[in-house]
Design a protein around this ligand. Sequence first.
Ligand code: HEC
Length: 131
Amino acid sequence: MKSFLTRIIWAVVPLTFLLPRCENSNNRDVSFNDDVLPVFQAECIRCHNSEAASFNNLNLSSYESLMNGNSLHQENLVVAGYPDQSILYLSVTAEPPEVIGYRMPKDGPPYLDEFETQLIYDWIFQGAKDN
Ligand code: HEC
């Protein structure tokens, strides 16, 4: 039979793994070029690139093209400081039919994992900087 102490350890150990992850995701500075752009490159720019026929003209191949583009939702595509109001973030998370009609990437699943969506969340939350 397991001792009381063993039970406590089994209850606490998983928590200690979780804690630093939560802190990290909220505290560490997310870089557009090092963290966010690689996600776009892997999952998005096959459809959202610099070609004229790119979907909704949304070009995710650079900071400039994202921020100065002319997609349908350009005004609130990225609302610096407010990921929950940013179409870019909403497009890769929960059910967005009321927003753009699809969850991105459109040919998913698989969709972005929690780590990747958190990067986008943190980057917008931290001011959507060109860093
Ligand atoms: C297989 C092609 C494809 C991939 C991959 C894809 N998208 Fe899209 N995306 C589309 C299409 C098609 C639309 C237009 C949907 C509509 O409005 O009918 C769209 C629209 C969007 C919009 C709305 C654009 C606007 O005009 O405001 C956003 C934001 C978006 N995509 C983000 C992403 C992100 C972020 C990724 C990568 C995680 C991604 N997409 C991957 C095809 C794709």
